[in-house]
Write a protein that binds this ligand. Sequence first.
Ligand code: AMP
Length: 290
Amino acid sequence: MIETDDITESVVSSIAQMKEISTSFRKQNLTTGFVPTMGCLHEGHLTLVRNSLQTCDRTVVSIFVNPTQFGPNEDLDTYPRELKNDIEKLEALGVDAIFFPDIKEMYPAGHNTTVQVQGITQYLCGKSRPELFKGVTTVVLKLFNIVRPDHAFFGEKDWQQLAVIEAMVQDLNLDVVINRVAIVREPDGLALSSRNKYLSPDERQTALSLSRSLQEAQSEIRRGTTSAEIIIRSMRNLFLDQKGVQVDYIFICDPESFKEKEQIRGRTLIALAVKVGPSRLIDNCIVEEF
Ligand code: AMP
């Protein structure tokens, strides 16, 4: 529930006002960096924001839990919302505007246009969550048109999302530079995620298996294993007998085309999605084996 008291001056809720702000930045020849988020901000998000602050004259962060990227049985209703905290964190960093539209502002009655990248969206998360990337590209293109950034910042934790956005930017000739930011992790290796909030202490411990399985895969590859099947089997073994855990996918592929690899040679993406208790968590790493 969002209290109106939470809203401060840097928060912009209307598209018209956000467009006015971005137009004024342009008129002053100031470059704009943009960080789209769904809120519940952690150090991963804040690292993207710091990158934008360093790269651009002005930084806009959006907070919008985008309903169109959630499937019918997913966690849209329970997705963590912490607007007051988020605003405090962003204001402390010195962002210039926080775009926080409501659902009707973004999707008024009669909204009937979607943007969809073909091909790479059929693998990994696109396979398990068929609504995801169409929702992501549609909302990100809308946000780009509203904020009109010179640079946008996305995290490599969502490796496939980044590739899908880069494909959209290239295919639709958008004038925005996409900046990749490395995964930010807890000291014990767990990739930061808003969905970590749902985890009980036991589940938090279990969730460590995602990053551990990637570390062990990397060690096994360094020791000379090249078979993707063997690596995937060892990774899967780590999740066996863990209570409340369901592996969605463990996939080894080319990091750009997402074509599955049988042999780990050249630059390779290892990605996984695992449901731990109520949270569907993702993680990935790149290995370079020549
Ligand atoms: P979200 O709010 O989950 O939609 O994420 C907003 C942006 O933050 C996306 O570009 C994510 O890839 C990025 N992000 C989320 N978690 C991390 C992380 N642990 N490290 C780096 N970037 C992240």
